[in-house]
Design a protein around this ligand. Structure first.
Ligand code: TXA
Ligand code: MG
Length: 359
């Protein structure tokens, strides 16, 4: 893998002159540059999606293996015609019902899409984001942008420009700073090419219930075989031990009939109290009564209520990074209920924990 030349990353603030900021970012991208920008899910690292030279730099900057395919971001569903051989009916229903938004669809790729974008797969992942700045930037460039999450490979996805700079400072040309993102977890990746058996490859910011109501049928979710590493060629983003902070994460699930919340927060409390040195707890509001009077070496990050998964999703990655930055040597966390975005949050927590669940 080629080492990218040294560069200084520009932070482009969009607050004062949004049009000027977009123009500057578009020029950098058109010169095969790398510019991080906000989407409604997480910050993406943008590069010309149909330009192999730009994509090579993108993989190098993120230290991402070439086997992990990229998502192409479009400003209009009409752009699908250029990128794909055909758009099956079920996929069309999804893009009509849920775009723009946190949903990525898999389609058969056309020859316009270079192999490096898809890791040699015959399929391509495409998404139309809803963030106005992302749409304006893609429109200004006038061509699809590849945009993986703007983190170093394996680190939690960035939900602010600060997170992007913490990982990629001086490895990319610029970051467009428009404040924290609203959804907080990456898009849902779905393969709905087989009309009868649509399958979610990565749970994400569009919950399964919404997808099922648009398709009018049940949707499978790819077996989250958290204990094992899945076939890398199916959806390499599903590798276990992904989205990980540096500190190991120990994840608890409910074990008794006293109700999931007390049993889990007790288990977390006991484990945290019996561990020497600085430790972190990723907690829900409901856990707080059980987490009082902890030793001073325990740092607690509250991500929101178990009954508001969209708030938890928005805070999740920042909380993991905060705990990490505070120098804790292990992070304790527990699962949420599986409704709505709970399914996505549990998926990310399980991956951060390398697939291991404790009682
Ligand atoms: O919300 C998001 O999707 C963010 C923002 C920036 O748009 N992007 C993002 O990209 O999360 P990335 O590269 O971090 O994740 C892309 C995911 C990976 O899990 C990858 O394996 C999967 O999409 N993917 C890409 N192309 C695929 C394909 N042809 N078949 C199956 N999975 C694919
Ligand atoms: Mg990623």
């Amino acid at each position: 893998m080629r080492i990218p030349p040294a560069m200084t990353t520009r932070r482009i603030d969009v607050a004062h002159d949004q049009d000027g900021a977009i123009l500057e970012a578009a020029r950098l991208l058109e010169g095969a540059g790398l510019v991080a920008f906000p989407t409604e899910t997480v910050y993406g690292l943008g590069a010309l999606g149909l330009e192999p030279r730009a994509l090579e730099r993108l993989f190098a900057a993120k230290k991402r293996p070439f086997e992990d395919p990229l998502i192409l971001h479009v400003a209009d569903p009409g752009w699908l015609d250029q990128l794909t051989l055909e758009v099956p009916a079920a996929v069309r229903r999804l893009t009509e019902g849920l775009w723009p938004g946190p949903l990525t669809v898999i389609l058969s790729k056309s020859t316009a899409v270079p192999d490096i974008a898809t890791a040699g797969l015959p399929s391509v992942a495409v998404r139309m984001p809803s963030h106005p700045l992302a749409l304006a930037l893609i429109s200004a460039v006038g061509s699809p942008l590849a945009a993986p999450s703007a983190n170093l490979f394996g680190r939690p996805s960035p939900t602010s420009a600060e997170h992007v700079l913490a990982d990629l400072r001086d490895r990319i040309d610029a970051v467009l700073d428009a404040g924290p993102t609203s959804v907080g977890v990456e898009s849902t990746v779905i393969d709905a090419r087989e009309e009868d058996s649509p399958i979610i490859l990565r749970p994400g910011g569009t919950c399964r219930e919404k997808i099922e109501s648009v398709l009018g049928q049940k949707v499978r979710i790819r077996e989250s075989d958290w204990e094992e590493t899945v076939e890398p060629t199916v959806s390499p983003g599903l590798l276990s031990r992904h989205y990980s902070p540096r500190a190991p994460v120990r994840l608890f699930r409910s074990s008794s009939d006293e109700g999931p919340v007390p049993s889990m927060s007790r288990a977390v409390r006991a484990a945290a109290s019996s561990t020497e040195g600085p430790v972190g707890i990723l907690a829900y509001e409901e856990d707080e009564p059980l987490l009082s009077d902890l030793p001073r070496t325990v740092r607690v990050e509250v991500v929101g209520s178990r009954s508001s998964p969209h708030i938890v999703a928005k805070n999740l990655f920042a909380a993991l990074r905060n705990l990490d930055d505070s120098g804790v040597k292990v992070i304790f966390a527990s699962l949420m209920g599986p409704d709505g975005l709970g399914e996505t949050i549990n998926d990310r927590l399980a991956r951060a924990a390398g697939g291991k669940l404790e009682k």
